[in-house]
Design a protein around this ligand. Structure first.
Ligand code: GDP
Ligand code: IMO
Ligand code: MG
Length: 423
């Protein structure tokens, strides 16, 4: 069996959680491969709303195995909070969730370092989620990290203290005066809770399962434009959010990858700092934010809003090898007279269609095509036949520009507000 991948093509928050939940009945296993509690994946069904941070979005559909892969960074305290809430709501989490022993641990001092790094950057700050993501991946790459598997060894506390003391020295040199004693107690309690889960060599589990004919969906976090290599560096996250990240984050060989679902909003958003060529600072931007409830699931921050950017989307489709597109939040544009799509950038008077090395706002002017709005409430539609002509034209326009089929269209936050086009 091949493994399918679902990931974001923009700056995150495309609606990955909703669609993973919708697609889960087609799969035996759902696995997260990168990122950590910087993610906030929102699911809505049966009148309830759930936000997942580290646990895969396949957890609510009957009996699927969910895996947290080696590429993920895990905060024991936040994990315990999230997991206990699920257990309290009746999900048999310990039966359904397996966690890679190779996943790296976020220490309390990683969070403090994240904050101190941001403070030190002053006006150039990245606007991170403050969850310690950058410092934890930094320690992983510089070979100073602490992996979950270490928690099973006798000298875990010594290893922890060594890492903590290094961080504290660093924090003091940055002018901070850290006290982690209280957090540290919580952290070790949470480690004990984590140890009550099945900690596995997830690369073996994944590959053996595929060999046995089981199907796997890999769930991305963040989005392609936040990828550490291909995103708007340095205003990115610290992991590879692209398809290749599913290979390194789960131990999947590249020839095991099947379909790649690329997910995008019918417009575009970004949270945190960094360039955003199609950002709208006017009433239209505000209207998108209000109608789309564009406020962060993790930090509650206002999301910046703008028109869809096809230059960036084409780039994301290329890097990820997207085979199927999924368009989200179409309903947010229901009341617009006109909809714009950026089809090229103008840089110093020159029209370019290849996503450039730098997208600093000052030098880039988006070139727009204007399409008529559909001015129809899409939210209660059940089949493709009901979709209004102007909306179908928008879909067709995007498919032609992006040279990739749109296989799912989302018309509301609920699980049921989803139109599957390729049956
Ligand atoms: P993720 O991080 O990619 O999983 O996305 P988030 O959950 O952070 O953000 C997407 C938001 O849009 C959530 O609040 C979803 O409930 C909501 N949402 C998802 N799909 C749709 C849709 O088609 N229409 C509307 N109006 N909201 C949606
Ligand atoms: P999901 O999975 C949107 C952004 C932060 C910041 C930058 C770096 O819900 O789509 P980090 O804490 O990762 O070091 O922050 O990346 N960011 C996200 N933006 N959705 C996310 O996740 C994000 N995860 C990180 O706002 O700009
Ligand atoms: Mg999100």
């Amino acid at each position: 069996m091949k493994a399918d991948v679902l990931l974001g093509l923009q700056w995150g928050d495309e609606g990955k959680g909703k669609v993973v939940d919708v697609l889960t009945p087609n799969y035996d296993i759902i696995a997260r491969f990168q990122g950590g509690p910087n993610a906030g994946h929102t699911l809505e069904f049966e009148g309830k709303k759930y936000v997942l941070r580290s646990i895969p979005s396949g957890i609510f559909q009957n009996g699927r195995v969910n895996v947290i892969g080696n590429g993920v960074v895990l905060d024991p305290i936040l994990f315990m909070e999230e997991a206990k809430a699920l257990e309290d709501s009746g999900i048999p989490l310990k039966k359904l969730l397996k966690i890679s022993k190779k996943a790296h641990l976020i220490l309390p001092t990683h969070r403090l370092l994240d904050a101190a790094n941001e403070k030190a950057k002053g006006g150039a700050k990245i606007g991170t989620t403050g969850k310690g993501i950058g410092p934890t991946y930094t320690d992983k790459i510089s070979r100073n990290g602490l992996r979950l598997g270490e928690s099973l060894s006798d000298n875990f506390r010594t290893k922890y203290e060594l890492a903590r003391d290094k961080h504290i020295k660093q924090l003091i040199s940055m002018g901070e005066n850290p006290d982690v004693s209280e957090l540290e107690k919580q952290w070790f309690d949470a480690i004990e809770y984590l140890k009550s889960f099945e900690l596995i060599d997830s690369e073996f589990f994944i590959n053996k399962s595929l060999k046995e004919g089981k199907s796997l969906l890999c769930e991305g976090a963040q989005g392609t434009l936040l990828d550490v290599d291909f995103g708007s560096y340095p205003f990115v996250t610290s992991s590879n959010t692209v398809t290749a990240g599913a290979c390194t984050g789960l131990g999947l060989a590249p020839n095991r990858i099947g379909d790649v679902y690329g997910i995008f909003k019918a417009y575009c958003t970004r949270v945190g700092s960094g360039p955003f060529p199609t950002e709208l600072f006017d009433e239209t931007g505000k209207k998108i934010r209000d109608l789309g409830h564009e406020y962060g699931a993790v930090t509650g921050r206002e999301r910046r809003c703008g028109w869809i950017d096809l230059v960036a989307l084409k780039y994301a489709i290329m890097i990820n090898g997207v085979t199927k597109l999924i368009m989200m939040k179409s309903d947010v544009l229901d009341s617009f007279d006109e909809i714009k799509a950026c089809v090229a950038y103008e840089v110093n008077g020159e029209r370019i269609v290849d996503f450039p090395y730098s997208i600093e706002e000052a030098s880039i002017k988006p070139v727009y095509v204007t399409l008529p709005g559909w001015k129809t409430d899409l939210t209660k539609m059940k089949t493709e036949d009901e979709l209004p002509t102007a909306f179908r034209n928008y879909i067709q326009f995007l498919e032609k520009e992006l040279e990739t089929p749109i296989s799912i269209v989302s018309i509301g936050p609920d699980r049921t507000q989803t139109i599957i086009r390729d049956k």
